[in-house]
Design a protein around this ligand. Structure first.
Ligand code: ADP
Ligand code: MG
Length: 282
């Protein structure tokens, strides 16, 4: 069993009127099975409303299955006595850093989680420093929270890291950032995966952010519809489009050239790679 295991998961949002009668049901996750290996970097793609956030919220026991089961590090999320451990094992980072930063000074903010967990003071400071270093924000530790979006999001990631999770689930962490902020945050996330071997689950709309993932899964209408390496997934341009997703620009260009008869491999992911194949042709 991997760090996260999901079996036959169904989740329904139930809308009720004032009297409590059921007005409508949305099946947001529809029979998903998934096993995520410790240390992997997994990206989740899908059109708006495809169920990504609902699925993510099952990974740290914010939501519980309507049917089926979810285990985090072997622990069933539906057993109440596991919830504390599960939330510590799988940290969560959301879109808006402003909603996640509570403290006045950066280092206080990052220390908040471990303090809440009852970690002793000396260790809190060690964790704060190592976490801020891990996301490249150590030099800002004394700053009040007057930071750019990308810096704020890195601080909120440090706040999660300070709780020593095995896994971090990031739900569109770069959606509100400018290109520079997006780059900073993705660089920090990759370092956590490469250096600290933390399992990363990244929900994003930005295709260039998923090319470094070990595994990409695609959701559509609550279902898990594609699962593979970035290269495998981005080779299937037509299928991705059928789920209302785009491919990275350079992948699309290579795909069109290949269709037109040019001798290029499938699933080119980066400009560097594209140039490597295209230059010898000319
Ligand atoms: P995504 O993150 O891929 O955009 P969501 O998981 O947010 O998708 O939503 C999946 C489906 O569940 C959508 O149809 C959405 O409208 C519905 N949904 C999401 N949150 C709620 C909620 N709190 N109450 C009712 N329906 C919801
Ligand atoms: Mg979402």
């Amino acid at each position: 069993m991997g760090i996260i295991k999901i079996k036959d998961l169904i989740f329904e949002y139930i809308r009720r009127d004032e009297e409590g009668n059921v007005e409508g049901i949305t099946k947001a996750v529809d029979d998903v099975n998934l096993d995520i290996k410790q240390g992997d970097f997994v990206a989740i793609l899908g059109h708006n409303g495809s169920g990504k956030s609902t699925l993510a919220k099952h990974m740290n026991a914010i939501l519980y299955p309507s049917e089926g089961s979810v285990w985090v590090d072997g622990k069933d999320t539906q057993q109440e006595e596991n919830i504390w451990d599960i939330r510590q094992t799988a940290g969560m980072v959301f879109q808006n850093p402003d909603n996640q930063i509570i403290g006045q000074i950066v280092e206080e903010d990052v220390g908040f989680g471990p303090e809440n967990m009852g970690v002793e003071t000396k260790e809190i400071w060690e964790r704060v420093n190592e976490s801020l270093k891990a996301v490249g924000m150590y030099e800002f530790r004394k700053s009040p929270n007057k930071l750019s979006g990308g810096q704020k999001q890195r601080v909120s990631i440090a706040g999660v890291i300070a709780m020593h999770p095995k896994c971090i689930v990031l739900d569109e962490p770069t959606a509100m950032l400018d290109p520079q902020g997006r780059k900073e945050v993705i660089r920090a996330i990759r370092a956590l995966n490469d250096v600290e071997k933390i399992t990363i689950i990244l929900i994003t709309h930005y295709m260039e952010e998923v090319i470094h993932a070990d595994r990409v899964i695609v959701m559509d209408d609550g279902k898990l519809v594609m699962d593979g390496t970035p290269r495998e997934i981005f080779s299937k341009v037509e299928e991705l489009k059928s789920y209302r997703l785009d491919v990275p620009q350079v992948t699309e260009l290579a795909y069109e050239l290949r269709k037109a008869g040019m001798d290029l491999p499938e699933g080119i992911l980066s400009q560097e790679e594209f140039m490597e194949y295209i230059l010898p042709i000319f």
